[in-house]
Design a protein around this ligand. Structure first.
Ligand code: DHE
Length: 559
């Protein structure tokens, strides 16, 4: 069965068509209360990430009734805009589009598809807000600080522990990087998304799509959740305070709904402050749902870089005095998503994905350093830094929507790299890959650059990763079929090879096989120097592994 190219990350030229007035539309289809409740649930689980809770569009299309319903006279166009209606919507939901919408005919039943086609012609529901009191009421301190160990109680090499997202079971597996044994499986939020580390490396913060934030203490004999809080109803990002003197002091988590970020105490998750992100886009339009995309902690100032998706505003939030919070607002480009530091950790590079740009912020001066045009839909994860033989330090992003990896020259360590200044903030090379890439990765001691392609419609490519020799990128890349290497039985669902992550010593690369919801899957480990298969970590509990976060590399932002 075909799976459209961009999968969950559908992109569109219609993105962000906010507030347009269209011709009078026909009455919306009616739904019973039960149908509406069912459709709302499906929308939250499957659609909101790309199209937005208010359906105003971002990575996915605008899905408001002025566009999804036919006109009163049944016309399918208005002012040059294509109108949809039930039959066309059902087809799009079932089969996807060349524009990037995923096909859902292998996930939803025919009745569910028809229900969703009707639901998105109705006026979007506005979900409730989430106040400071709601956040406080949800807060659970499971093990108070005074009852926690005062030293590490296990003999694990915590530096080389991996927090592995088990997406569809709402858990993370803590896997020992030395022995490859599962040390603990911890219940977290719904469709758990990312893990981040405290500055000390003791605490793991895990955020679920349902905005449940879990704090795991790695010092316990068996690492477990010691605190939990809900920071809204939908979320994707979390980080901690990493500047000297503030280590492990605060955590910050960003929500998609309501659009706001929450600052908490780092060791308990006790809420301290909530800040709304509603406001003006870089184009000067008010946006009611500017979602918080990536957040990263600066090492050179007590600041977080908070990227606001729909408005394209990058916030530098100074946490040195959270009662009197100071924020620098930097205009970049709309649809900010994921990103990472350059090698010097002075510049943060973030994809404005549906704008086909990378924005670079200079966190030393608090100013935009550059806005770089790239190929379609950059998706760096946190990117990959290395020294290019001709262009000096570069930061790399892959693309969901283009068949290249883009290398951007960065000024990292200006004194040492003055001779490369003329290239700074330019795309110095595009390396041929395949579309449907999500993550790239390398390590300071490695000579290899790894890239996945899990969203590629070709099963073989989705199940493989590509590896380049960074000393000579013109050499043919090596393709590794991770699904075949795993030795797991072939099942109906594609086993998408996703998210390369290095071990703490930079000698191994771990790749997840993101298989079907009911399929036992694996994390496959390769030797980075020889590219030989080293170990297949599998277990009945390894279901839908996706992101993996090595403690040391995540703690120090090594990539
Ligand atoms: Fe992610 C990072 C949002 C779908 C795996 N993802 C991020 C970040 C954001 C984001 C904003 C950056 C967080 C940060 O650095 O603070 N992701 C979204 C979506 O809105 C989207 C497109 C749709 C959705 O409904 O959620 C989405 N993401 C996915 C997936 O389907 C992936 C592939 C599998 C999964 O586990 O859900 C996925 N996203 C990841 C991973 C990272 C991530 C592994 C962290 C990468 C890293 O190395 O730091």
């Amino acid at each position: 069965m075909k799976r459209a190219l961009l999968g969950l990350f559908a992109a569109s030229a219609m993105a962000g068509a906010v507030g347009t007035v269209f011709a009078q539309t026909a009455a919306a289809p009616t739904l019973t209360a039960d149908e509406k409740a069912q459709a709302k649930k499906i929308y939250f689980e499957r659609c909101a990430g790309c199209h937005g809770v208010l359906r105003k569009g971002a990575t996915g299309k605008n899905l408001e009734p002025h566009w999804t319903k036919k006109d009163k006279d049944g016309k399918e166009t208005s002012g040059g805009t294509l109108k949809l209606g039930s039959a066309r919507l059902e087809k799009i939901i079932a089969l996807g589009t060349d524009g990037g919408m995923v096909n859902f005919d292998d996930i939803l039943t025919k009745d569910e598809i028809s229900l969703m086609a009707k639901y998105i012609q109705t006026t979007p529901d506005i979900p409730p807000e989430f106040s400071f009191k709601d956040t406080m009421d949800s807060w659970k301190l499971i093990v108070p600080v005074k009852d926690r160990p005062t030293k590490q109680m296990n003999n694990f090499n915590l530096k080389n522990m991996f927090s592995v997202t088990l997406r569809d079971t709402g858990e993370v597996a803590l896997i020992d990087g030395d022995t490859k044994e599962i040390r603990s499986i911890v219940k977290t939020g719904y469709a758990v998304h990312i893990s981040r580390l405290s500055a000390s490396g003791r605490y793991v913060y895990v955020i679920g799509r349902d905005a449940r934030l879990s704090l795991i203490d790695l010092w316990m004999e068996k690492p477990a959740v010691v605190a939990e809080v809900k920071i809204g109803s939908e979320a994707r990002s979390v980080d901690t305070s990493k500047f000297k003197g503030f280590e492990d002091k605060y955590a910050i988590a960003g929500s998609y709904w309501p659009p706001q970020y929450t600052i908490m105490d780092g060791d308990t998750l006790k809420p301290r402050k909530i800040v709304s992100t509603r406001g003006m886009t870089v184009d000067g339009e008010y946006h009611p749902e500017p979602r918080v995309a990536s957040i990263v902690a600066s090492f050179i100032k007590p600041e977080w870089v908070v990227n606001i998706k729909e408005t394209g505003q990058i916030l530098l939030v100074d946490y040195s005095d959270i009662e009197n919070l100071k924020t620098t607002t930097i205009s970049s480009a709309k649809f900010l998503h994921d990103g990472g530091w350059d090698a010097s950790k002075r510049y943060f590079l973030v994809a404005a994905n549906a704008s086909n740009k990378i924005a670079a912020v200079d966190t030393k001066t608090g100013k935009l350093a550059a806005l770089v045009d790239t190929a379609k839909i950059p998706h760096p994860g946190r990117g990959a830094n290395f020294t290019h033989p001709k262009f000096g330090p570069v930061w790399t992003t892959g693309h969901l929507g283009a068949d290249v990896l883009t290398l951007i020259s960065t000024p990292s360590d200006e004194a040492k790299n003055a001779k490369f200044k003329e290239f700074n903030w330019k795309v110095v090379q595009e390396v041929k890959h395949v579309p449907g890439n999500l993550f790239v990765k390398t390590h300071p001691i490695s000579k290899h650059l790894w890239a996945d392609s899990p969203q590629n419609p070709d099963r073989e490519l989705a199940e493989s990763v590509a590896v380049w020799d960074m000393a000579d990128l013109s050499k043919p890349k090596k393709i590794i079929n991770v699904a075949k290497d795993s030795g797991l039985p072939v099942t109906k669902a594609t086993k998408r090879a996703v998210h390369p992550e290095y071990s703490a010593d930079g000698k191994e690369v771990w790749i997840s096989l993101w298989g079907g919801k009911a399929d036992q899957s694996a994390v496959v480990v390769y030797d980075d120097a020889t590219l030989a298969l080293k170990k297949v970590i599998t277990d009945p509990k390894i279901i839908t592994p996706t992101g993996k976060f090595n403690v040391y590399n995540t703690q120090h932002d090594i990539y």
